[in-house]
Design a protein around this ligand. Structure first.
Ligand code: PLP
Length: 379
């Protein structure tokens, strides 16, 4: 890390230090939309208007920059706003190569744009670097979008190998690192240009903020265009949400550690359960991405465990309905464990099996989680 400390230390303390006015250990929430000028027209506090930047964003952005080993970070009003802004700075008609299995709402967003003639998109199997290499030389590629591990199936991409083939073809490389978080993976160390987060998930970790972030390896032209886009359009976070996110990130490492341990034990329990036909979790040795995940993920394999029940959507829904410790709800990465029938949410365009349930594993007792799944799977 840049200043000789481990990321766990930055996370626990934040990077901005005690607030210079009142010396509070915890930074204040700067609610002001506007900032006073000096007589010469300059801004002594370095800020003018919150649509561009705000001191509470500064504190959260500085911490995420440190955790990712990056040059700079920008918070957005949601993960989708961050991801969509990347598309907005590409040239009109840009070609995108993206994984077929990726976060559903963003895949649909790219497809809708492509249908409207604003970009071209080709999908390759998630994690298949040979297929990616073939796709990027097929035609000029502006953007290679990566996601690892994927939501909800846990496909793992070797970020260094994927970045190398994408860069050789002259493409910008962006990784959705929502499920990994910087506690596990720092994509910039593997050659990625931009990291995208849905901070609504485990980065904040308390299911009480919707937020997104872009993190850059370099303050280059692309970054300047992204900053201009955010500042003009104003897809910003409120100062209170930025402060909550900063508070959430302080416990990132302990939360990721605990939920990964829980997720690993739930995945192992489901893998040998007679009423379960298949389990997707990168922490299981027979998962296709296990070896890559072991090299690329530090603390564990993330909070998402997906499994199939057999018997179609009806059986999956029946199991979900019997769960008591898990709540049936969308989203992921909070302290509380949730279950969701993804095919039902995604509809006919889904790439997810009908009988799949996605679990987001929280911080409860692993014994309670396993017992709940055990009773729900009983016929
Ligand atoms: C939730 C999620 C998003 C979208 O983020 P929002 O904050 O909900 O807009 C993007 N990618 C992944 C992997 C996600 O899980």
């Amino acid at each position: 890390m840049s200043r000789g400390r481990r990321p766990e230390t930055w996370a626990a303390q934040g990077v901005t230090g005690p607030d210079p006015t009142m010396h509070g250990l915890v930074p204040p929430i700067h609610a002001s939309a506007s900032y006073a000028r000096d007589p010469d027209g300059s801004y002594p506090g370095g800020h003018s208007y919150t649509r561009d930047q705000n001191p509470t964003f500064d504190a959260a952005e500085a911490l995420l920059t440190e955790l990712e080993g990056a040059a700079e970070t920008m918070l957005f009003s949601s993960g989708m706003a961050a991801a969509a802004t990347v598309l907005d700075v590409l040239p009109e008609g840009a070609r995108i190569v993206a994984p077929r299995e990726m976060y559903f709402t963003f895949r649909r967003w790219i497809e809708t744009r492509a249908t409207a003639g604003r970009c071209r998109v080709d999908f390759v199997s998630a994690g298949d670097v040979d297929a990616l290499a073939a796709a990027v030389v097929d035609a000029k590629t502006d953007l290679v979008w990566l996601e690892t591990p994927t939501n909800p199936l846990g496909h793992v991409t070797d970020l260094a190998a994927a970045s190398e083939v994408a860069h050789a073809a002259g493409a910008l490389v962006v990784a959705d690192s929502t499920l990994a978080t910087p506690a596990n993976t720092r994509p910039i160390e593997h050659g990625v240009d931009l990291v995208m987060h849905s901070a609504s998930k485990q980065l904040n970790g308390h299911a009480d903020v919707v937020a997104g972030a872009l993190v850059t390896a370099r303050k280059d032209d692309v970054w300047a265009r992204l900053r201009h886009e955010r500042g003009q359009r104003g897809a910003i976070l409120g100062p209170f949400e930025a402060w909550l996110l900063l508070r959430g990130m302080k416990t990132l490492f302990v939360r990721v550690g605990r939920s990964s341990e829980n997720a690993q034990s739930v995945a192992e329990m489901l893998a040998v359960h007679p009423a379960v036909t298949s389990v997707s979790y990168p922490g299981l040795p027979d998962h296709a991405g296990h070896e890559t995940a072991r090299r690329q993920m530090d603390v564990g394999f993330g909070p998402i465990v997906s499994f199939q029940t057999g018997g179609g959507a009806a059986r999956a829904r029946e199991v979900a309905a019997k769960l008591r410790v898990f709540t049936d709800a969308t989203s992921l990465g909070g302290t509380e464990s949730v279950v969701e029938h993804r095919a039902g949410v995604e509809g006919p365009a889904t790439a997810v099996p009908e009988d799949l349930l996605r679990l987001s594993i929280g911080l409860e007792s692993a014994i309670d989680l396993a017992a709940d799944l055990g009773q729900a799977l009983e016929r």
